[in-house]
Design a protein around this ligand. Structure first.
Ligand code: NAD
Length: 354
């Protein structure tokens, strides 16, 4: 592929490659003419897909469900897919989450490739092999690990992405860089200021940084847990506002809430540079006033308490630390702590929606 860069990720099921290239998507389809496609409905009519066997997904949180996975499994059977077939998923994080689980479950597993179409997919979710499926009001309650055989990041998909979705991807990239430490965060900020001219540099930086975490702790038992920064607050906020903001915007709000909560409870440390940057990104969300209006405290509290990281010893939260990065902190499972967490999110929503 012309002008391409690549990296390799090691996992327990083997290595897989990530190529970042402007003509990557076209090349991927040319190289695998018989693969079955699982595609965000928005791309159904792309000329490159003409004559191909295509299954579509509506890319929203309401479709990131087990019943959607089952619908795909049945559709694959009806298309006659067998164990020697391959899948290619094309879309953002929702398509990836549903396709990962469908690929893993269909006839006990088909190889699959992934072309992310959102910045969030390109800088974060495409590597690591996780599927995350919603169940009822609980975000990402169900999931597994099943890495793709190959990932092709084609930045030309960014041309049609709205500004909010760019900010959403940058929020996940901010999180990854901040979790790795001050030097990485500083180099991320430099690349972010030049993102319009050179998105590939930021994408590669983010993927290389995330690779460190997933190779160090593939199954989320140690360092990779730090990447949940912003997510305990962010996921609960998504549920409590009926998904009024995009996932990455919720993560930006979640990082701001975690920082505020940490400062006010003395469990974390002030992080001014992070706050300044995350606030700029969060303000690019379009559903902020709606989120503030719809915020349901009881749904927030229930979701916050249901976070999968928590243990019998208390609430496990990732908060800014004195090292200029983050640390996992265990907070007491008490009404006061939950009220402080809820208060932090309400204050942050007030600030960014004003
Ligand atoms: N599995 C993981 O490791 C992981 C990591 C992070 C996030 N996620 C999940 O990813 C989801 C969010 O994914 P996302 O933000 O990538 O987007 P998405 O899949 O939710 O899509 C958001 C919207 O953008 C549209 N879209 C996609 N590509 C486009 C393009 N090129 N141009 C214009 N519009 C486009 C979609 O049709 C949809 O309307 C969340 O459910 C989150 O939980 C998963």
């Amino acid at each position: 592929m012309s002008g391409s860069s690549s990296l390799t990720v090691s996992s327990s099921t083997g290595q897989y490659g990530v190529t970042v290239a402007a003509d990557g998507f076209t090349q991927l389809l040319i190289e695998d003419p018989d693969a079955l496609l699982i595609v965000d409905q928005r791309f159904e009519l792309l000329p490159e897909l003409e004559g191909r066997q295509v299954l579509t997904i509506t890319a929203d949180e309401q479709h990131k469900t087990l019943s959607e996975v089952e619908r795909l499994l049945i559709a694959l059977r009806e298309l006659g897919a067998g164990r020697s077939d391959r899948l290619v998923a094309v879309g953002g994080g929702v398509v990836q989450d549903v396709a990962t689980l469908a690929a893993q479950l269909y006839m006990r597993g088909l190889p699959w490739k992934y072309a992310p179409t959102t910045l969030l997919g390109m800088v974060d979710s495409c590597i690591g092999g996780k599927s995350s499926i919603n169940a009822g009001a609980f975000k990402n309650l169900v999931g597994s690990f099943y890495p793709p055989a190959e990932i092709v990041v084609d930045p030309s998909f960014l041309e049609t992405l709205p500004d909010e979705a760019i900010a959403s991807g940058l929020a996940e990239s901010t999180k990854i860089a901040y979790c790795r430490g001050p030097e990485t965060f500083a180099s991320y900020l430099g690349l972010e200021s030049n993102f319009g001219d050179d998105p590939e540099a930021l994408i590669l930086h983010s993927l290389e940084t995330k690779r460190w975490f997933i190779e160090d702790d593939e199954f989320d038992n140690g360092s990779r847990r730090l990447l949940n920064f912003g997510h305990s607050f962010g996921h609960a906020l998504e549920a409590a506002t009926g998904f009024a903001v995009e996932h990455g915007i919720a993560v930006a709000l979640g990082m701001l809430s975690a920082e505020r909560f940490g400062r006010e409870t003395d469990l974390g440390t002030a992080a001014p540079e992070l706050v300044a940057h995350a606030e700029l990104l969060a303000r690019r969300g379009t559903g902020l006033s709606e989120a503030a209006d719809r915020f349901d405290r009881s749904v927030f509290e229930r979701s916050f308490l249901a976070d999968k990281k928590h243990g019998s010893d208390g609430l496990h939260l990732i908060l800014p630390s004195a090292s200029g990065s983050v640390a996992e902190v265990v907070a007491e499972r008490s009404d006061e702590v939950v009220a402080a967490a809820t208060g932090s999110v309400v204050s942050v929503l007030d600030i960014v929606s004003s």
